[in-house]
Design a protein around this ligand. Structure first.
Ligand code: PXL
Length: 267
């Protein structure tokens, strides 16, 4: 049987983030991908690549999820990326009640790299209340982990682990907190908290700059591995390897940040 997964996320037209990355990553990992679009982000090359953000009408989001869930009802794995507005969070929350998805990977995209998208607090609170508690895996970066853990600053791996534990208390079975290049030192460190044990993943940092799409790729690769039946620890390790290879083999577009190439990993 071909493994399948649904992604509910935004479009980022340059292909560096969002649903474009998710579907490329699913495909690269041998998973049939379906996608429901929540919003359209068009970065503006004439204005410092700031984000122009257009939400999709809530009913249209519900219709897309209905189409995907009905076309392949055996799909039990879903990735959630950028939701962007409280209305979108509501409609996705209702969809999670309606369809029997078993494995929900939430990349809690709160704010885009270059710009705040919407009244951030309202969206953060809605995400925390309605989606985080039902996620199987939540994959915050340093900033998102700080916000979701109640507004703390994260500077060390221990801070990251503490934040993951606090987020774990909000309901998700697993928390994968991504240090990436944000924490000091030569390693890019991510941690997995499973409610009783911490697993630390390390790779050499490749430069000190954040790379566009690294977080989306990591969460999408975890989703794909789980859809194929992997155990969480192995899923995170493969995802880390996919991201590391994808950054090393990444590309420069005209945007101010480097971009991940999902095709680089040959595992
Ligand atoms: O990297 C987070 C992200 C997710 N989804 C969409 C985005 C971005 C950042 O640019 O545009 C649609």
């Amino acid at each position: 049987m071909i493994a399948s997964a649904l992604v509910i996320a935004g479009s980022e037209a340059t292909g560096g983030a969002g649903i474009q990355v998710d579907l490329k990553t699913f495909h690269q990992r041998g998973v049939y991908g379906m996608g429901a679009l929540t919003c359209i982000v068009s970065m503006d090359p004439t204005n410092n690549w700031n984000h122009r953000f257009v939400p999709i009408e809530p009913q249209v989001i519900a219709d897309q999820i209905e189409a995907a869930a009905s076309a392949l009802p055996e799909t039990s794995t879903v990735k959630i990326g950028m939701l962007g507005t409280a209305e979108t969070i509501d409609v996705v929350s209702t969809a999670l009640d309606t369809y029997p998805f078993e494995t929900i990977v939430l990349d809690p995209v709160l704010v885009c790299k270059t710009q705040e998208l919407s009244p951030a607090l309202e969206v953060d609170n809605a995400l925390r209340e309605k989606i985080v508690p039902r996620a199987t895996v939540v994959t915050p970066n340093v900033f998102e982990a700080g916000v979701l853990a109640g507004g703390r600053t994260i500077e060390t791996v221990d801070d990251l682990i503490d934040a993951a534990k606090v987020i774990g208390e909000q309901g998700p079975r697993y928390v994968v907190a991504k240090g990436g290049v944000e924490l000091a030192g030569p390693k890019a460190v991510d941690v997995l908290w499973d409610g009783s044990e911490v697993t630390v993943y390390e790779s050499e940092k490749i430069g000190e700059e954040r790379v566009h799409g690294a977080g989306c790729t990591l969460a999408a690769a975890i989703t794909a591995e789980l859809a194929r039946g992997a155990e969480i620890r192995d899923a995170v390790q493969v995802a880390k390897d996919v991201v590391t290879a994808g950054i090393r083999g990444g590309l420069h577009t005209a945007t101010p940040f480097r971009t991940v190439w999902q095709g680089a990993y040959r595992g």
